[in-house]
Write a protein that binds this ligand. Structure first.
Ligand code: AMP
Ligand code: ZN
Ligand code: FE
Ligand code: FE
Length: 281
């Protein structure tokens, strides 16, 4: 089985990269991509944990914002993880997430919810990308909410009055950066409307022109109708179709390999990278 979208505790997943590799192996996953938010910091540990029977794809889920202000997640896979321009953009996003978290906390404090940046940073592993799930974990610890999910439903969702965006490249820029680093760009959960606004079919055209390689079709946040629309779009535009779990450890219900990528689609995708970069033991 091939699972091309997972998170470790180098972003908002709860498993270390080594735990992730072990669990993936036990679940029958043969190829796993580690795609932490705006970071490749967990790749070295994942790589070191490899064993016979499982291969690793280095990746990252790049937070993007379209010109219309819509949040888009772009999976970069099989790129050179030492590419300076791509790393610099991810560094900038990660730094900006701290000021953004301060502003969300100020808004919560103004509404009478007592929480501090130190409470939130206590939920973060060393070197990890800071995100709203860490704030959610801190709110759980304070007894404000019962779970990450409740935190998002009640106060942390994209349309909440507490929501603050952070710096992020446009999806077109992210595609350019990923491809300049020799990798492939796959748009993550493009129709997941419960996360907030999703990009229009028209703006998909700009992404395809920019060199988009694939589209994540099979994902738990897509309805059957949404999947069908994406399959049609992928066929019309010769895009690779992927499926993935978007596993976050205990942070979400998503189970490893609950959706997977067909080997033929993976072969096509892998051939689109400038080099064969799958990491094996
Ligand atoms: P951020 O990166 O700070 O904008 O936070 C977005 C991340 O929060 C997403 O990538 C999801 O992994 C996570 N997330 C969104 N909704 C939920 C939810 N209901 N429960 C747990 N995690 C969530
Ligand atoms: Zn996440
Ligand atoms: Fe995502
Ligand atoms: Fe994700």
């Amino acid at each position: 089985m091939i699972d091309l979208h997972t998170h470790s505790n180098f972003s908002d997943g709860t498993d270390s990269p080594a735990e992730l590799i072990n669990k993936a192996l036990a679940a029958g996953v043969k190829i796993i991509a580690l795609t932490d938010h705006d970071s490749v910091a967990g790749i070295a540990q994942a790589s070191a944990a490899l064993r016979p029977g499982i291969s690793l794809v280095a990746g990252a889920e790049i937070s993007c914002q379209s010109d219309e202000g819509v949040s888009v997640h772009m999976l970069g896979l099989l790129f050179d993880t030492e590419n300076k321009e791509l790393i610099a953009t991810m560094d900038k996003t990660r730094e900006n997430r701290h000021g953004r978290m301060q502003r969300i906390i100020e808004r919560l404090n103004e509404a009478g919810i007592a929480i501090s940046i130190d409470d939130v940073l206590a939920e973060l592993a060393d070197g990890a990308t800071l995100g709203r799930p860490h704030l959610a974990d801190a709110l759980v610890k304070k007894g404000v909410v019962k779970s990450r999910d409740e935190a998002f439903t009640q106060m942390l969702h994209n349309k909440s009055k507490f929501y603050v965006a952070h710096y992020s490249p446009t999806p077109v820029e992210a595609i350019r950066l990923i491809k300049a680093a020799g990798g492939v760009a796959v748009i993550a959960h493009p129709m997941a409307s419960h996360r907030g606004r999703t990009i229009s079919f028209e703006s998909f055209g700009d992404l395809i022109t920019a060199g988009l390689d694939g589209v994540e079709v099979d994902h738990r946040d897509h309805s059957p109708d949404e999947k069908n629309a994406l399959i049609q779009l992928a066929r019309e535009n010769n895009l690779v179709m992927t499926g993935a779990s978007d596993y976050h450890g205990n942070g979400k219900l998503n189970q490893l390999a609950e959706y997977t990528t067909h080997p033929e689609q993976w072969e096509r995708l892998e051939a689109l990278a400038t080099e064969r970069r799958v990491i094996t033991l």
